[in-house]
Design a protein around this ligand. Sequence first.
Ligand code: HSE
Length: 327
Amino acid sequence: MNESTRRKVRVKVPASTANLGPGFDTLGMALELYAWLDMSIADETRITLYGDQMNGVPTDKSNLIYKVAQLVFERAGVHHPELDIAMYSDIPLTRGLGSSASAIVGALVGANALIGEPLTKDELFQMATELEHHPDNVGASLFGGILVAFWDGKRAEHIRVEPHERLEALVAIPHFQLSTEKARDVLPRQQSLENAVFNVGHSSLLVAALCTGRLDMIKPAMKDALHQPYRATLVPGLAAILEEAPDHGALGVALSGAGPTILALVDRDSIEKAVLESFMLGKLKQEGIEATMLWLNPDKQGVRVDVLAPEESNETLEDALKKERVG
Ligand code: HSE
C-alpha cells in the first residue's frame, strides 16, 4: 500500500427534511444536525460506530457506508475491498430526517475523496438518487440549503435555493420509529386531478415564496393533499398540528419526509417561539406521544470533507468530535 492510499478522510454531512409540505419527493432542506464519518483504506475491514443512533447498524461488510464506498470504487475502476470506517451521528434513524440519505451522501463523498475525487458532484448526486430514490433528501445533504429537485428514474435535476436569513426550523421528533416503506404503503396509487392541481399550485407558490423571501406566503403555500392526509393516521396529533400551528407562531408546518417528525418553519425573530414549542409538544402529549423538540438552522454548506494531515490521522473520530464540541 503506498502513502497516498493510506490517507484518511473525515466527512461531516447534514440531516435533511424532505417534502416541505406540498413538495412531495421534490422539496428538501438541509438542517444543522449532523453525522460524521472517517474512512481510510486498511489491511482488514473494521467498522466502528459511536453513539446511540447507531444501535442495530451492522459492523460487517453489509454496512451501508461500506457498500456505497465500494460502488464509488467500482465506478472509478479501483479496487479497495478493505476499509477502516468510523461513524458518529446525531441524526435519529427512521424519523423523517434523512438519516439514510446522509449516510449515503457521506459514504459517496468520503470514498470519492479517498481516491482523489475522480467523480464529479453531479455523478455523486445521480448515484445518491439512484440508491435512495429521494433527490430532495440526498440533494439537500449534498448541496446544503433548500433543494428543488426531481428524478425521472434516469436522471435527477436540481436547483439549490439559498435559505432566507430569518428562516429557522423547529422539529418535533416523536419517540417512535416509522419506516418510509410503511409510510408510503398508506398512500393511494392514484390521485384526483383536483389534488394534483392543489399540490402543483401550492408547491409552485412555496418555491416562489422561498426564492423571493416572501416569508408571509409560506403559510398559505405550505399545504398538501397528496401524502399528509393519508399519513395522519400514522402520526397521532399530526392533523391538529398541521391545522393549528400556523396560528401559534409557525410560518408553515409539514410532516418531515415520511415522518414521524413534524417540522415547523419559523421566523427566527418571532416572539411566539416558546408558544409554538409548547403547543406542538402539548398536542403530541395529548395523544400519548413523547417527543424531542429541536430548534435547527438550515445548513447552507452541505456535505464537507477533509483529507486529514498525517499527524491528525491517528486521532479517533470520537476524540476529534469531543474537541470540536468543546472548541
Ligand atoms: N419523500 C419521501 C416520502 C420520504 O415522503 O415518502 C423521503 O424521506
